[in-house]
Design a protein around this ligand. Structure first.
Ligand SMILES: *Cc1c(COP(=O)(O)O)cnc(C)c1O
Length: 374
């Protein structure tokens, strides 16, 4: 088979899949039930929780994009996380990234209360710490890289050496970089999770999650659980996600180009004390000089939307302390650097000149406050 680049692979998702009619755009099969001619003789589908043609096109494409063997489309990123953790028995222990999506943190708290799971939080930097954290009942390491919202990268390949040595699973939430930038399975991860609500969908119009797995054993287990628990993605949303994925390469290129420019602008700005950007992807966090400025800054922005998500074509700004990371107690947050001065930008694909101008005028509004003070 010809091997295409990721960009080509993305654009071609669904094309040449409709053998009957040759549709270029993947047909949306809404049918929940499928006819059987006789006992045991169907045409590949029975009931749409178990599988449906539109979802199959998406899942096959995503498995290939992430260099995995199987993929499972879920109703949200959180249901993807839940699907993966439903593989583990009660009283299991996990090592997970410290700087983590607030919703995942909340789910882990719930697992602690209800299922006796325990979690040790790791800063994702010093690999030796993993040796201290491992316990007899440790089952997996769960990473977000880069971390959210501090944008620290964790070395997946190095972590994979540890998990292989101790026969643990390595699970990576790849929402921020997408398979266009980073493919954890190629670096030794066993399972990849996505909130496809973000970059993969890309247009702030679907809530979706994905799980991608390596190897037959994991694939079988996840397939069983996906059907048994039922948090599947509906056909129309599968179609919207396929449509979004077609432009992922174009969008990521523009997100990154704009993010590099915004990083430079913020680093040069006197009202900014720190910028967090790993020079890949479209997420940039920064510390504004004064906590009292946050509200004025957010109110003054005319182009950036003050909204709680990321990865769409429109530029967003988020205040993690009261939004995405409000679930994490303030003392814990502050300890690892998620302070009340931190703002997180999801850089969109607009013209960079307009984006920089908008930030510039919002900083000017803040500086006016300074003049009032003196
Ligand atoms: C948004 C997000 C999730 C949760 O996904 P939903 O689609 O909102 O359920 C999980 N992980 C990361 C990194 C996210 O940004």
């Amino acid at each position: 088979m010809v091997h295409f680049s990721k960009q080509t692979e993305l654009v071609q998702i669904g094309n040449r899949k409709d053998e009957k009619h040759g549709a270029i755009s993947t047909p949306i099969y809404l049918s929940t039930a499928y006819h059987h001619d006789e006992i045991g003789l169907g045409q590949g589908y029975a009931y749409s929780r178990t599988g449906s043609p539109t979802r199959d096109v998406l899942e096959e494409a995503v498995a290939s994009l992430e260099s995995g063997d199987d993929a499972f489309a879920c109703s949200s990123g959180m249901s993807a996380v839940q699907l993966v953790f439903s593989m583990f028995e009660k009283d299991s222990h996990f090592i997970v990234s410290r700087d983590l999506y607030g919703g995942s943190y909340r789910m882990f708290e719930l697992f602690e209360r209800n299922y006796g799971f325990t979690f040790t939080y790791w800063d994702g930097r010093e690999e030796e710490q993993l040796n201290e954290y491992i316990q007899e009942n440790t089952k997996a390491v769960f990473l977000e890289t880069p971390t959210n919202p501090l944008m620290q990268e964790t070395d997946i390949a190095l972590t994979a050496k540890f998990t292989e040595r101790h026969e643990l699973l390595l699970i990576v939430d790849n929402t921020f970089y997408t398979p266009y930038i980073q493919r954890p399975i190629e670096e030794g991860a066993d399972v990849v999770i996505h909130s496809a609500t973000k970059y993969l969908g890309g247009h702030n119009d679907i809530l979706a999650g994905l799980v991608i797995s390596k190897g037959e054993k994991l694939g079988k287990e996840l397939k069983y659980l996906h059907n048994a628990c039922g948090s599947i993605l509906a056909p129309f949303d599968c179609w919207l996600l396929i449509r979004g994925l077609k432009t992922l390469a174009l969008r990521m290129n523009q997100h990154e180009k704009n993010a590099l420019i915004i990083q430079q602008f913020l680093e040069d700005h006197s009202s900014v004390t720190d910028v967090f950007y790993p020079r890949r992807g479209g997420m940039v966090s920064f510390l504004i000089a004064k906590e009292e400025w946050v509200s004025t800054f957010l109110k003054s922005l005319k182009l950036f939307s003050f909204a709680e998500s990321l990865g769409g074509v429109e530029s967003f700004i988020t205040y993690p302390a009261t939004q995405t990371h409000a679930e994490i107690p303030e003392d814990i947050r502050k300890e690892y650097g998620l302070t009340n001065c931190l703002l997180r930008i999801s850089v969109g694909i607009e013209d960079e000149i307009d984006l920089v101008a908008d930030l510039q005028q919002a900083f000017q509004e803040c500086e006016k406050l300074l003049n009032l003070e003196v």
